[in-house]
Design a protein around this ligand. Structure first.
Ligand code: NAP
Length: 253
């Protein structure tokens, strides 16, 4: 029996990138997966990949920063998939700018999607998890939480995610709910392709330059993060909570 058999997972921002890989990995391990993204039609590819591999998935459209949309989405997941055991707060955006050029909108958008989104989704999910005395919440932080030029908004949000994770671990632990964070380094997705574009670098050259500075001498793939999330979402990690797992190819020298 697969380790996540009988579990229902909700992965936000799962139309592409790390979220899509995470949804596929959780499904491959037996979970029924709700693939949530801003636009439900954008979820079709991930849902099809899961169902064509023999898994169970639904697409759900919602903005994670919108309370009513999140509450409706979680209600739909519970009604259609029969519960909610695993929440992966993955949806994210970047609005990089040096501090002196950063607009209010750059700041607010990043805070809203990452922090308010994780808050709203976790709040809606915990009701079901507390009732059933079981749950796993995995939040996506980033090595940028430690500081990254041009990302004052994003690094603040990703550091905030770490405090949020530890606090939820304290509050929800007594109800059998584990809350952890995964902090990826550089992962090849549309998000990092956009960063390369912003600084005027070819994406391949950008990836190579980053890889040269990583101890394992490669950049990460979405599946590298998905497998760490799946570990934390599984019962093999049942005594781990309030932790931040860096998945980044090793510390910078
Ligand atoms: P990505 O390829 O840009 O995918 C992000 C997904 O989130 C997109 O499908 C996007 O939808 C969705 N999304 C954005 N705003 C949303 C909202 N308000 N409500 C619902 N969905 C929303 O990003 P990624 O690289 O896979 O990153 C996934 C997570 O990992 C993010 O939290 C990111 O900060 C974190 N992370 C990434 C890296 C990296 O190197 N890639 C490193 C560290 C941490 P649209 O397509 O409609 O915008």
């Amino acid at each position: 029996m697969s380790s996540l058999q009988g579990r229902v997972a909700l992965v936000t921002g799962a139309a592409r990138g790390i979220g899509a890989a995470t949804a596929r990995t959780l499904a491959a391990q037996g979970a029924a997966v709700a693939v949530l993204d801003l636009d439900e039609s954008a979820c079709v590819e991930t849902v099809d990949a899961i169902t064509s591999a023999g898994g169970r998935a639904i697409g759900v459209g919602a903005d994670v920063a919108d309370r009513a949309a999140v509450e409706a989405a979680v209600g739909r997941v519970v009604a259609e998939l029969g519960g909610l055991h695993i929440l992966v707060n993955n949806a994210g955006v970047i609005r990089d700018n040096m501090l002196f050029k950063m607009t209010d909108d750059d700041w607010d958008t990043v805070m809203n999607v990452h922090l308010r989104g994780a808050f709203l989704c976790s709040q809606a999910a915990q009701k079901h998890m507390v009732e059933q005395r079981y749950g796993k919440i995995v939040n996506l932080s980033s090595t940028s939480a430690l500081g990254n030029r041009g990302q004052a908004n994003y690094s603040a949000a990703k550091a905030g995610i770490q405090g949020f994770t530890k606090t939820l671990a304290i509050e929800l632990g007594p109800f059998g709910i584990n809350v952890n964070a995964v902090a990826p380094g550089f992962i090849a997705t549309d998000m990092t392709a956009a960063t390369a574009g912003r600084i005027g670098m070819d994406f391949d050259a950008f990836q190579k330059a980053i890889a040269d500075a990583v101890p394992l001498r490669r950049i990460g793939q979405p599946e590298d993060i998905a497998s760490a999330v799946a570990f934390l979402a599984g019962d093999g990690a049942s005594f781990i909570t309030g932790q931040v797992l860096y998945v980044d190819g090793g510390p910078r020298g």
